[in-house]
Design a binder for this molecule. Structure first.
Ligand code: GLN
Length: 477
């Protein structure tokens, strides 16, 4: 097996036993990127010199006989909306084309403290708005399982890189499904932690009450290991939680006996592809065989989740994106006066989808419409949260499809934004309620495209979904 195909925990063993060096491993990954990325397009920027330097330092440490951390020397890559000191962070937007952050996001500081090897920055939908990575201002990313299809989005580069062996693990961000949906489309593991578990400091804001950073990995063990590295209270993010961070690798136990798994009937309605439904039902059978109890539940406000999300997320986005005015942040396109300069800058440098969201958001927030749209959406959000609170009185985890269908064709939905938004039906309720959710691969459809399912946990209970996920992974046939 090639090194780039291995998991972080396998590579950690090889590094500690001196079977391989971090330099050799890093070079292997760059060779893979050279071979693959011209067709996949997962990366926006490579940081090769720095990566090779860092790998040498890890090797020196190993040579001195020092112990290395679980992620030390492991090659990874980062979504381009996470600030990396001295390395361009564009959010796949022309407006941040030349933005080089003077600081690291908290998650980067935490990963660097573990001496990870960052290979580069990954493609995404502009400002994380989208579900296909077709909204990148630079280039599209292709699904490694079928180059005529999208990898999902907005963390499409993050999912494609892991699936194609162009990074051992990656970080993505998830506002309405952007980690879990691409993970599902590319056949990898992706987790959105509980809102507040991971600091958002240095994550370029899309919709601040929904955004969360999380890992995309090849297996559940790596997911737990990366979570251990990135979670925790941060005084730089007032919404980060002070709840104790457990050792998530302790949840890697193969045991779901007596676990109560809820199957929400609203997630198995028309619009869900038959093959997806069958795959998810097979997952429930596996869980049942392993001693879990499957119970039908109801999340009655599910049908309002898309409209609620597509009011709240654009409203927050419109506000967050006001800062790109050609004055303090990002690119500037000159004009005769300040108003013309701002207009020119935003007209030329923002892409179509970003402009659409800004318009929807400002409309929903404007005087006269605020109560009818934004305020109402906030009320429905509370009802959606309450659905989950009620359901979790009777079950430990909730199981759903991650997406209504497998990866779609490039260009298939670009002219129909509404159809694209409907793709998010299974993932947005989890963000609206602030809950942890993980997407796991569960086989392939007839066209050989990966399918995924989602496990949703109680607030701050990543441990139970990790345990269930690990058990499934160990026992699936
Ligand atoms: N597809 C959703 C959207 O377009 C989710 C994006 C995300 O999670 N960043 O808003």
């Amino acid at each position: 097996m090639n090194l780039y195909e291995k998991t972080a925990h396998e590579l950690h063993e090889l590094l500690t036993n001196k079977k391989i060096s971090a330099l050799e491993l890093t070079k292997d990954l760059f060779a893979r990127i050279d071979e693959k990325d011209s067709e996949i397009g997962a990366y926006l920027e490579l940081t090769k010199n720095q990566a090779l330097e860092n790998a040498k330092k890890v090797d020196e440490k190993i040579a001195r006989g020092e112990k290395i951390s679980a992620l030390e020397g492991i090659p990874c890559a980062i979504k381009d909306n996470i600030c990396t000191k001295g390395v361009k962070t564009t959010c796949a937007s022309k407006i941040l084309e030349n933005f080089v952050p003077p600081y690291d996001a908290t998650v980067m500081q935490k990963l660097n403290a573990q001496n990870i090897i960052m290979l580069g920055k990954l493609n995404m939908d502009e400002f994380a708005m989208g579900g296909s990575t077709e909204n990148s201002a630079y280039h599209i990313t292709k699904n490694p399982h079928d180059l005529s299809r999208v990898p999902g989005g907005s963390s499409g580069g993050s999912a494609a890189a892991v699936a194609a062996g162009e990074a051992i693990f990656t970080l993505g961000s998830d506002t309405g499904g952007s980690i879990r949906q691409p993970a599902s489309f590319c056949g990898v593991v992706g987790m959105k932690p509980t809102y507040g578990r991971v600091s958002r400091y240095g994550l370029v804001a899309f919709a601040s009450s929904l955004d969360q950073i999380g890992p995309l990995t090849k297996d559940v063990t790596d997911c737990a290991t990366v979570l251990n590295a990135i979670c925790g209270l941060d005084e730089m993010d007032s919404t980060s939680t002070s709840a104790a961070v457990p050792d998530f690798t302790k949840s890697l136990v193969s045991d779901v006996k007596n676990l109560k798994i809820g199957l929400p009937k609203e997630y198995f309605v028309k619009g869900i592809d038959k093959e997806v439904e069958t795959a998810v039902i097979n997952v429930t059978k596996t869980f049942e065989k392993l001693g879990a109890q499957i119970v039908e539940i109801s999340l009655p406000h599910t049908e309002f989740a898309i409209s609620t999300y597509y009011i709240i997320a654009p409203a927050e986005a419109a506000t967050n994106l006001e800062r790109y005015d050609g004055v303090s942040y990002g690119a500037r396109v000159d004009g005769a006066d300040v108003v013309e300069m701002m207009t020119n800058t935003r007209t030329e440098k923002f892409g179509e989808e970003v402009k659409r969201r800004i318009m929807i958001g400002n409309y929903a927030l404007s005087a006269g419409y605020y109560d009818a749209y934004y305020l109402k959406a906030l009320k429905v959000r509370t009802l959606i949260q309450k659905d989950f609170t009620d359901a979790f009185k009777n079950v430990d985890v909730i199981l759903t499809p991650t997406t209504p269908n497998a990866a779609f064709k490039i260009g298939e939905m670009t002219n129909d934004p509404l159809k694209m938004y409907l793709q998010d039906i299974c993932t947005v309720p989890v963000n609206l309620a602030g809950l942890p959710g993980i997407s796991l691969p569960c086989g392939f459809n007839k066209e050989n495209l990966p399918l995924g399912f989602q496990l949703i946990g109680k607030p701050l209970d990543e441990e139970t979904i990790l345990r269930a996920a690990f058990t499934y992974e160990q026992n699936k046939d």
